[in-house]
Ligand binder design. Structure first.
Ligand code: KIV
Ligand code: ZN
Length: 517
């Protein structure tokens, strides 16, 4: 992919669906991945890394289906340097209008010796062979030296030159373990561009992890030193401390053109929606003080700041809430609103639902409007995400009746739809949440352990919907589930059931050796 005629245009490569999904607990099902891919495309992201096709059938299917629905963005699949990996990626990418194979191998002394147990010369040969093989399927091939920032410069230069010589059109330099500091990382990119004789034939890219909280700073330093692609994820999702956050990179470029005179194709007004969608799907709640998308990012609490803001917004506001698509909470509708108005509202908010999904969402909206005086945009988002994203789940919540209070025992009578068959059970427990979860365990026996239970209110007021996150762990694998309802216990049951559904998907995944990236 070229950056066109503008030498300062930065390609935004989103890896939420691949590196983002590698965060413990962040697994997503196909439906969820497709929704994120659709929104990434609407946002104007240039490249969507949709998965690691050889990692599991689920990853293969995700890359294949994302390839089918995405029209404008390039769809990318990750592969190690083996033929089998590359063949599988090429197969999954077949339906794509524009496809990219991203192949990688470690080049640092530490990784080559202990992880790969390969000599540098063997690695060098694998670079040439893998890129050459990938070029048989597409002329858009990206090559990454894993742990690039800790690799020896001479060897790295040789490998980069060989990769470009074999046909790689993008050279991505990962700071795999988030160890680099900005000046050093920028200098690494500059060194490669200056020293590698054929560097002009490829676009250089950054891929920075956030272990020291420097992923965005390192990515921007890379851009200032010649990189013209940034790999990033929504909300900075990713392994360990995550990847560079897309919204931070893009808004830094938009807000500081005086210092960072580079452009992207991202419609920044979609940022808030993308952040919410990824947070809802993964169950990773965004910290309130997170830059750009945290709940407090545009909130001015202190009197001095509020006074300044009233006199002139720019006294304390370097970017507007509108520029990231954050509009004031608007009162949307009440219980008298009809199906047509509901459909129009959903469209305005970026949801296009099929007839059945619309029917279900409308039914839940009516039920909510009956219980809650004011229904806000946030309520609609929580409700629709909750309903639509769970449409294909094997286990579905049906109903819950709870008896609780200071006089025990607390009981929960729960009905679930388990693969099309309704099953009910009445359980007791140490409190209503425990009773509810015990009922689920009876209806769907499993050995998973509850790692996290978290509740937050979607809007203000005592009639607000509760959004519950549940994290379950089984055999070292963890998943997050979410559920929303005005009744916290119903939301809890929905969240637990959602996590169980995800766990079932995760069980099917077989992680190949040395897959972590
Ligand atoms: O962090 C990493 O090194 C990666 C590579 C696969 C690009 O994710
Ligand atoms: Zn990574």
């Amino acid at each position: 992919m070229s950056t066109g005629t503008d030498p300062n245009r930065v390609v935004i490569f989103d890896t939420t669906l691949r590196d983002g999904e590698q965060s413990p607990g962040a697994s997503m099902n196909l439906e969820e991945k497709l929704r994120i891919a659709e929104l990434l495309e609407e946002m104007g992201v240039d490249v969507i890394e949709a998965g690691f096709p050889i990692a599991s059938n689920g990853d293969f299917e995700a890359v294949s289906e994302v390839s089918r629905i995405v029209r404008d963005a390039v769809v990318c699949g990750l592969a190690r340097s083996s033929r089998a990996d590359i063949d599988r990626a090429a197969e999954a990418l077949k339906p794509a209008r524009r496809s990219r194979i991203h192949t990688f191998i470690s080049t640092s002394p530490l990784h080559m010796k202990y992880k790969l147990q390969m000599e540098p010369e063997e690695v060098y040969k694998a670079v040439v062979a893998s890129v050459t093989h990938a070029r048989r399927f597409t002329d858009d091939v990206e090559w990454s030296p894993e742990d690039g920032s800790r690799s020896e410069h001479d060897f790295l230069c040789r490998c980069v030159e060989a990769a470009i010589g074999a046909g790689a059109t993008t050279i991505n330099i990962p700071d795999t373990v988030g160890y680099a500091v900005p000046e050093e990382f920028g200098a690494l990119i500059r060194m490669l561009i200056e020293r590698v004789p054929n560097s002009g034939k490829a676009i250089f890219s950054t891929h920075c992890h956030n272990d020291l909280g420097l992923a965005v700073a390192n990515s921007l330093a890379g851009v200032q030193n010649g990189a013209r692609q940034v790999e990033c994820t929504i909300n900075g999702l990713g392994e360990r401390a995550g990847n560079a956050a897309l919204e931070e990179v893009v808004m830094a470029l938009r807000t500081r053109p005086d210092r960072l005179p580079y452009t992207t194709g991202v419609k920044t007004e979609c940022i808030t929606r993308a952040s919410k969608l990824v947070s809802t799907i993964t169950g990773f709640v965004v910290q309130p003080n997170k830059a750009i998308v945290g709940a407090n990012a545009f909130a001015h609490e202190s009197g001095i700041h509020q006074d300044g803001m009233l006199k002139h917004a720019q006294t304390y506001e370097i970017m507007t809430p509108d520029s990231v698509g954050l509009n004031k909470s608007t009162l949307v509708m009440g219980k008298h609103s009809g199906r047509h108005a509901f459909r129009v509202k959903l469209k305005e908010m970026g949801y296009e639902l099929g007839d059945n999904a619309l029917q279900d969402a409308f039914r839940r909206f009516k039920a909510l409007a009956d219980k809650k005086k004011d229904v806000y945009d946030e309520d609609i988002v929580a409700l629709v995400d909750d309903e639509v994203l769970r449409a294909n789940d094997a286990i579905k919540f049906v109903s819950l009746q709870v008896v609780c209070g200071s006089v025990g025992p607390q009981t929960a009578e729960l009905t679930l739809d388990v693969r099309g068959e309704e099953k009910a059970f009445k359980a007791t427990g140490d409190g209503p949440v425990d009773a509810t979860f015990n009922a689920i365990k009876e209806l769907v026996p499993h050995t998973a352990r509850l790692q996290l239970y978290q509740v937050h209110a979607v809007t203000e007021g005592t009639d607000a919907q509760a959004e519950v996150t549940v994290r379950l762990e089984e055999g070292g694998k963890s998943v997050n589930g979410q559920g929303a309802d005005t009744d916290t216990l119903v939301a809890s049951a929905r969240a637990y059931v959602n996590a169980l559904n995800k766990l079932m998907v995760k069980r099917e995944k077989t992680a190949p050796a040395a897959m972590s990236a």
